[in-house]
Ligand binder design. Structure first.
Ligand code: PEP
Ligand code: MN
Length: 364
């Protein structure tokens, strides 16, 4: 990825320190709903910005698709009254134009837009020469390249006040979350763009009120730079995402209950103990890799035998049996079944690739 030229959040948001908190409803539904939600959020004195969706990308047709232009006005009015900057989602050049016209302070690009470089480029072109903070949500599926590419397109348009929002990833039968956090994708974006602020959207990850606190705590523990939380005066009556929105009062309780953990502390005993445990891990990891190496050697032999006998590499029955047996073993060992499932998917993919190589070698 090309280096991004972006400035730290507190430089342009006027916040004293991280983490940044953005709160507000999933959708701006009426003047009254937006104003009362904004007033209650402002009263907590915890939020640095107000969110509100004006054009709603909905999976199912026939559901509430946002109010459009009048909602932009109510959002801006709520910002003025509470002295908080406001942010909304844009999905095309016309949205950008209308949001800028209405004096919206910041924009975000939604997960369903980040997946498509044509849309992102259209937005980037509409933003040329404009100095406005832009936040880019991750695409729906866990492809860091698309996320990084979208950020680069916006950055290339001259936007320096750039932030990424991690909102989790669609997964078939995701449980317990609505969208799987897959924190490793966030780690990868950090590695690719170390200076880029990255905040978390626990609402869309959790999908349910009860899980929001837990996701917030994980996000902070992992060093994310802020939170965007869907907040509504009467969440159960919300026209979109009713199950995951919380009241400003609950928002306050959650934020105040979050623990700040240190990245490291300067305590000799702690550091010594951590070093000791890490050495144990290093030895175990070396053993794991030794075993993987031995497993691959056997896989190569299997590849040879299959090739000699003209047998296909992928054997569905055997694969299902391996997966089931390993998951049973995982359960007996009190290991997480789903994680072991994913681990063996990866190991199996590796084995298949090794066998393909063996076959090609023998053909050549
Ligand atoms: C939203 O923030 O309300 C929204 C639609 O988010 P996402 O693009 O993450 O689904
Ligand atoms: Mn929402």
């Amino acid at each position: 990825m090309n280096e991004l030229h972006c400035s730290p959040l507190h430089n342009w948001l006027g916040i004293e320190s991280a983490p940044l908190l953005i709160a507000g409803p999933c959708s701006v539904e009426s003047e009254e709903q937006m104003m009362s939600t904004a007033r209650e959020i402002a009263a907590t004195k915890l939020a640095s910005a107000l969110r509100g969706g004006v054009w709603k990308p909905r999976t199912k047709p026939g559901t509430f698709e946002g109010i459009g232009l009048p909602a932009l006005k109510w959002l801006k009015q709520a910002g003025r009254e509470t002295s908080l900057p406001v942010i909304t989602e844009v999905a095309n050049a016309l949205h950008v134009e209308e949001a800028l016209e209405a004096g919206i302070d910041m924009l975000w690009i939604g997960a369903r837009t980040t997946v498509n470089p044509f849309y992102v480029q259209e937005i980037a072109d509409a933003l040329k020469g404009v100095d406005i903070p832009v936040m880019v949500k991750n695409p729906i599926h866990p492809e860091v390249g698309l996320w990084a590419g979208a950020l680069e397109r916006i950055n290339n348009a001259g936007i320096k006040k750039l932030t990424a929002i991690h909102r989790g990833f669609y997964a078939y039968q995701s449980h317990p979350f609505r969208n799987e956090p897959k924190w490793e994708v966030f780690f990868e974006l950090r590695r690719l763009a170390p200076g880029l602020p990255i905040i978390c959207d626990p609402s869309h990850i959790a999908g349910k009120r009860d899980l929001i606190r837990e996701v917030c705590q994980s996000a902070l523990d992992l060093g994310m730079d802020g939170l965007m939380i869907e907040t509504h005066v009467t969440p159960e009556k919300a026209l979109s995402d009713a199950e995951q929105q919380i009241t400003p009062l609950v928002l306050k309780e959650i934020i105040q209950s979050l623990e700040t953990r240190h990245e490291l502390i300067d305590d000799e005993r702690f550091i010594a103990r951590l070093e000791e445990l890490r050495s144990e891990i290093d030895v175990l990891d070396a053993e794991l890799l030794e075993i993987l190496k031995r497993r691959i050697e056997v896989v190569e032999k299997i590849g040879d035998v299959k090739e000699e006998n003209q047998v296909t590499i992928f054997q569905m029955k055997r694969w299902f049996k391996v997966l089931n047996d390993r998951k049973k073993l995982a359960r007996d060992l009190m290991l997480d079944k789903e994680t072991v499932h994913e681990l063996f998917q990866l190991i199996h993919k590796y084995s298949i690739n090794v066998q393909i190589k063996v076959q090609n070698r023998e053909k050549a």
